[in-house]
Design a protein around this ligand. Structure first.
Ligand SMILES: NC(=O)c1ccc[n+]([C@@H]2O[C@H](COP(=O)([O-])OP(=O)(O)OC[C@H]3O[C@@H](n4cnc5c(N)ncnc54)[C@H](OP(=O)(O)O)[C@@H]3O)[C@@H](O)[C@H]2O)c1
Length: 525
């Protein structure tokens, strides 16, 4: 009689996994499909984002052999620069961003870069840009494939989009050409301005050409939420109101506004972080499994979560929202400035640098489970994470004095720094008796895969160039998110409530009270 062999997770299986991966890598030295030949145009090409993120990402993609053989980069701005100055400035900032620059690779890369000086509201400047792009197509074989990246302050977006249309740069002029538009966040200031920007874009571009970026979606740990939830069999059965007690999503920064006070004064924590990054993390945590990992199927599920999101008291949104602003404080024996001391900040500014809020996802899976979101500047630590707190075991059978109730198990998805995850559980302390203590079973990307994960912009720029919009937000998604934030923004403009918190702390005491009233506490990551 044939014996039945039960597979088990043992060394042989791991060996198989590694062997398979090695073989796959050998057969697929370039793991991703390389985009078509193209020209990448950056409006706001002289700015911080272009220098610190976009060009370093394009350079890293080039050195990883993920760019096509034929490509060009055009920086567009009002400032006066010649090509050499522009290239030199970019080289310095790519180096400063921590990317290793090699002379030979850089020289080839730099030859593909040029700078076009112009005004964003000037038709003639766009005609000149069109001529430059046509010339590049002929000289560099970029085949009428163009990516336009809006990296200016948002109030310039409408002018650029309008003038791209006027110069007929919104559509390819040749049969196999294509045109894509990447739009940086923030996408609007509220529902009305987001709608108006969508309207303005749709007058010129088709939605299928538009890529609204939220760089959190380019982070490995954020994409890993899909894999963790929908490829592993063990989590999904308990990923619901029957087992989850509450969810805490934190995006804490230890820095202040770092010279960007002018921008921050107009934004604040709700617009800058909550409407975009935090809501994105929430939707990925709460969404249903999509039938396939395609742009529309994933985004359909995310929109359903946003549609189901509610304030605990819809008539009084601020009852479950706490705003705050940092004052002076101490950290590591150092005096930290208050928000009012920062450059570009009005001495009487009422802009919030911290916000915490509680929401419910009002659907079958999540009814009654609070989702707590918080973000702030000058907090005790730089950390972004999603913590799923599971319900406690119902009964403590050990006579342990301290742990009169079992503690919750917590699954933490750490987005930054040290991206990875950890499952907190109770174990027996070695020795006599039956004392228990929490420990973390953890996984870190850099340990498991060797080295740091690529920057989020690399993944997102590559996806956009290849025409994959799964990790970009759709019109209805961005408008539904703003529809949720708008009552909060309106209510806050009529509220004087803006508690101060010391720089270097975990935010205002009122935010602790928000959870205490539910019998919960914020994690101290
Ligand atoms: N920096 C970041 O880390 C970051 C992160 C996430 C999102 N973003 C978003 O990305 C976009 C660009 O950010 P950034 O930090 O690079 O901005 P920035 O450095 O302030 O501005 C980018 C460029 O836009 C032009 N510009 C600045 N102010 C202008 C004005 N009032 N009118 C017309 N042009 C102006 C300037 O170029 P010229 O004067 O040469 O034309 C400037 O170099 C913004 O929407 C921002 O919210 C930035």
């Amino acid at each position: 009689m044939a014996s039945v062999v039960t597979p088990s997770i043992d060394e042989d299986i791991w060996q198989d996994v590694w062997d398979e991966e090695r073989a796959w890598r050998e057969e697929n030295p370039v793991q991703e499909k390389v985009p078509d030949p193209l020209t990448f145009v950056i409006f706001g090409g002289t700015g911080d984002l272009a220098h610190r993120k976009l060009v370093p990402a394009l350079y890293s993609l080039t050195t990883s052999k993920l760019m096509p053989t034929q490509f060009a980069i055009v920086g567009f701005g009002r400032s006066d620069r010649d090509n050499d100055e522009y290239r030199q400035g970019l080289r310095e900032s790519v180096q400063a961003s921590g990317v290793r620059v090699q002379d030979s690779t850089w020289d080839d890369f730099a030859q593909r870069i040029c700078y076009v000086q112009g005004r964003y509201d000037d038709e003639m400047s766009f005609s000149a840009l069109a001529e430059t792009l046509d010339r590049i197509d002929i000289e560099s074989g970029t085949e009428n494939h163009r990516v336009f990246y809006l990296a200016t302050p948002p109030d310039v977006y409408a002018d650029v989009v309008h003038n791209l249309g006027t110069a007929q740069l919104n559509q390819p002029s040749q049969e196999n050409g294509w045109v894509k538009l990447i739009v940086e966040k923030p996408f609007g200031r509220d529902l009305a301005t987001a709608r108006s920007l969508n309207h303005c874009i749709h007058e010129v571009f088709d939605e299928s050409q538009v890529y609204r970026i939220d760089h959190y979606l380019g982070k490995e740990t954020v994409q890993n939420i899909f894999v963790l939830r929908f490829i592993n069999g063990i989590f999904e059965p308990i990923w619901n109101r029957n087992y989850v007690d509450n969810v805490q999503i934190t995006a804490a920064e230890s820095l202040g506004v770092e010279g960007r006070g002018g921008y921050y004064e107009k934004a604040g924590a709700i617009r800058d972080m909550m409407e975009s990054h935090l809501l994105q993390l929430l939707t990925l945590t709460a969404m249903e499994p999509p039938p396939a990992f395609t742009a529309d199927k994933v985004r359909d599920e995310k929109v359903k979560v946003l549609d189901a999101l509610e304030y605990p008291d819809e008539h009084h949104p601020m009852r479950s929202v706490v705003r705050g602003q940092y004052g002076r404080g101490m950290a590591d024996g150092r005096m930290l400035p208050g928000y009012h001391d920062e450059e570009g900040v009005a001495p009487v500014s009422r802009t919030e640098t911290y916000v915490a809020a509680k929401f419910f996802v009002d659907n079958w899976r999540w009814a009654g489970v609070p989702f707590y979101l918080r973000t702030g500047k000058r907090l005790a630590k730089r950390v972004s994470e999603i913590a799923i707190q599971f319900r406690r075991a119902p009964h403590m059978f050990l006579p342990d004095g301290k742990a009169s109730r079992p503690r919750s198990n917590v699954l933490v998805l750490r987005i930054q720094p040290d991206d990875g995850m950890a499952l907190r559980m109770e174990v027996k302390v070695p020795g006599p008796g039956m004392r228990v203590r929490p420990v973390d079973m953890s996984f870190m990307y850099k340990e498991a895969f060797g080295g740091a994960s690529p920057d989020a912009y690399q993944r997102l720029l590559l996806d956009a160039m290849r025409g994959d919009s799964t990790l970009f937000t759709r019109t209805d998604e961005v408008e539904t998110a703003w529809a949720l934030m708008t009552p909060m923004l309106e209510a806050q403009s009529n509220s004087d409530d803006l508690p101060m918190y010391p720089a270097g702390s975990w935010g205002p005491a009122e935010a602790d009270a928000l959870l205490e009233q539910d019998g919960h506490r914020w994690r101290k990551p």
